[in-house]
Design a protein around this ligand. Structure first.
Ligand SMILES: *Cc1c(COP(=O)(O)O)cnc(C)c1O
Length: 396
């Protein structure tokens, strides 16, 4: 029988494969260098051109560039005027920032459970969590698969609630042919290195509402009604602080990088989809693995490839499979610990395990496999080989 690397055998890979990695071309680097030599390091012409290119790519009227995906979510809850006493429905299976953005505004995130097949927020769950204090819904396109927006928006409109789409995973995806970024009232993106395109740190909000875009541009710049670039052009010193804002600006050279990265978005997504298809096919005959369900309505942007272990077929738990795969040189990860289980949320809002049983059960058995555009087919095959080897030894 094979000896696993964790038990002293040879690993599948000598050089570990990370779960995600950025890709910058020589052209991307040249564009940043050029921007660094220009007159503008922050808030200059590259911000406008990035926002225009992003809006065009997302199929929205407006795009607002900010310092991170988290700042984008915060700008969105600000734009919706979330305030103390307000509740916002958020799926439990997401990155903490999807819920933190409600708390930044003094509001209360109300955690909704997810569909067991797709791990996306279920419209039925939303109806169950609505109260007279509900002010908005945050939908998360978990793993890169757009939510069922027709049902979601119909539910939201019946309840007269706006929807924020946290589209950090789904940039470049589509729902019934409509582009991610044009689906909800406000759509937020992250430009962190593991995401589809990167500016180091960065984020974007898209909307068709110019007034909301204006409010968010004010919010990212201390709440000032004009930025220094515009003021300079107008030859005026005057500005007023009309709201409490932050310094959530994205620098000019980051925006230059963003515009350059955006040019290859569709190739990047296509490459992720090809790797995912390779995984889909190999995993179809692994009895200890369940794949997430895919909707026919969606073009999945494949940010992360999540599998669910069928623990009843294994002698060990997820932690042991995780450790064994890491020892084989496979950079597996876990997305995510359900947000309501974090100590902060338990302490501040008194939420407990049992609130979202589907998300909690999925968390116990999930693993994220490596996936990024520069990964080769041979890399993907190493992941499959390691999974076959580890699950073969641990099956009961
Ligand atoms: C990455 C991510 C964010 C936060 O983005 P940052 O740019 O890291 O602040 C928010 N929501 C989800 C679902 C994410 O994956």
């Amino acid at each position: 029988m094979t000896r696993l690397s964790i038990d002293g055998g040879d690993p599948v890979r000598e050089r570990p494969l990370p779960y995600g990695r950025q890709f910058l071309s020589e052209e991307d680097i040249a564009v940043v260098v050029e921007a660094l030599r220009s007159d503008w390091l922050t808030t200059g012409p590259s911000v406008d051109s990035f926002e225009k290119a992003f809006a065009e790519s997302a199929g929205s009227r407006e795009a607002v560039a900010v310092a991170s995906g988290t700042a984008a979510l915060h700008a969105a809850t600000f734009a919706l005027r979330i305030k103390p006493g307000d509740e916002v429905i958020v799926p439990a299976m997401t990155f903490a920032a999807s819920a933190n953005c409600v708390v930044f505004q003094g509001g209360t995130p109300v955690f909704a459970d997810v569909d067991p097949g797709s791990l996306l927020i279920g419209p039925g769950e939303i109806a169950a969590r609505v109260t007279p204090r509900t002010r908005a819904i945050i939908a998360v396109d978990y793993a890169g698969q757009p939510c069922d927006y027709d049902t979601l928006l119909a539910t939201a409109s019946e309840l007269d609630l706006p929807v924020i789409a946290d589209a950090a995973h789904s940039m470049g995806g589509r729902y019934k042919g409509r582009r991610v970024g044009s689906l909800a009232d406000l759509n937020t993106f992250s430009l962190h290195p593991v995401k589809h395109i990167t500016t180091g740190e960065g984020g974007v909000i898209t909307t068709d509402d110019p007034e909301q875009a204006r409010r968010m541009r004010t919010f990212r710049n201390h709440g000032f009604n004009v930025d220094h670039h515009t003021r300079d052009k107008q030859g005026s010193w005057f500005y007023e602080m009309t709201d409490l804002g932050y310094n959530y600006r994205l620098t000019d050279f980051q925006c230059a990088l963003g515009t350059s990265q955006l040019r290859t978005l569709s190739e990047r997504v296509a490459r992720r989809q090809a790797i995912a298809l390779r995984y889909d096919e190999s995993l179809a005959d692994m009895p200890a693995v369940t794949r997430l369900e895919l909707s026919d309505d969606a073009s999945h942007a494949r940010h992360i490839y999540v599998i669910l272990l069928n623990l009843e077929r294994l002698k060990v738990d997820r932690a042991a499979v995780f450790a064994a795969l890491r020892a084989e040189g496979i950079g597996v990860s876990v997305h995510y610990i359900p947000v309501h289980l974090h100590p902060f949320y338990r302490r501040r809002f008194g939420v407990r395990a049992g609130l979202c049983p589907v998300a909690e059960a999925a968390y116990e058995r999930m693993l994220t496999l490596p996936m990024f555009p520069q990964m080769s087919d041979a890399d993907a095959d190493d992941v499959i080989t390691a999974l076959e080897r580890v699950l073969g030894v641990y099956q009961n």
